[in-house]
Design a protein around this ligand. Sequence first.
Ligand SMILES: Nc1ncnc2c1ncn2[C@@H]1O[C@H](COP(=O)(O)OP(=O)(O)OP(=O)(O)O)[C@@H](O)[C@H]1O
Ligand SMILES: [Mg+2]
Length: 366
Amino acid sequence: MRGQDVRLEGMGVTYPNGFTAVQPTDLEIRAGEFFSILGPSGCGKTTILRTVSGFVEPTAGRVLIGGADQRGIGPNGRPTALIFQNLALFPLMPVWENVAFGLEARGWSKRRRRARAEELLALVALGDQGGKLPSELSGGQRQRVAIARALAVEPAVLLLDEPLSALDLKLRQHMRAELRAIQQKTGVTFLYITHDQGEALTMSDRIAVMNAGVVEQVGTGDEIYSDPTSAFVASFVGEVNALPGRIAGLDGPFARIETAAGQLLGRNPRGLPMGAPAILFVRPEQMGFGPLANAFRARLERRDLEGPYISYGFRTETGQALVVQQVNAGGPPAAITEAQVGFAPEAAVILPEGAMARTGPEMAAP
Ligand SMILES: Nc1ncnc2c1ncn2[C@@H]1O[C@H](COP(=O)(O)OP(=O)(O)OP(=O)(O)O)[C@@H](O)[C@H]1O
Ligand SMILES: [Mg+2]
């Protein structure tokens, strides 16, 4: 099996009812890459996947796979295979026949199909399970059967639409590592769709973060997490403290922002000008105690023990909620009621005012 690249060129989808689910988008997914599209429900993820698989024709631009324009080519003519959330295994067929199902139509003999199925089952660590019925497997094992079945037809691109969402948390986390391992063993291009940032961050070579039909940022997990370029990306991926205000001073790569909690200094990667409405973002684990460059007096409202770290919920005199995360050093909890909390300018990023991801009743609350 050999992965192929997928290119969207000005690709957009407006459904027949007039609703534009995907704005014209340029996107390149490299051959052999584990690429995730991450975004909230309804942002257009499945629609993009459908245009790649051939179930939906773009209404603008085009889709190329391995450099070939896919216009007019139906799902069966494309070098893709699709895995849905509900797997639809055949309940009365043994596992190996489920895996080899697509090969019968290709005229493969039963012996060849069985051999191929065993090969694929070994690949997904189900080597000795071929004779069982799907009902005799666990949820995670069934998921792996579905993956083996999709790989049987030797796709260049495997399309996965939230394939883990029906599994419980433990199994989901286990399957992340399995999926990644299968992808690396096969070299097939994986286009993975999820609204779960943890999944996207742990498995992907690169991630596209989408909101309301628009790809807002493409990058590695580290880039997306540490250097978000929009308010939406900063607030959707990971926990974050958000302080809205206006640019009140410029200093090289840094800017000063006037917020309700005072003037704060942070990075200004987008080069926002004086007076621009903006939001300063800083991660809880970048916050610390003591006289830092940007510091607040704040009252402790909550202490959440998360195991390896502790999450403190503070509130400043001006009413700003701030979450501070510290590594759990062990020992009894410190008796804090009030503290000076803050962050270094390098740890904060100032971005244009814009739509935020909904993270609960309060923007900065975990
Ligand atoms: N056939 C259709 N006709 C009209 N609108 C549609 C159609 N299919 C989807 N939509 C709308 O397009 C938008 C994007 O849908 P899509 O299924 O791509 O979202 P998604 O990001 O996959 O969401 P989820 O995470 O809930 O699966 C949604 O607002 C949806 O209601
Ligand atoms: Mg979807």
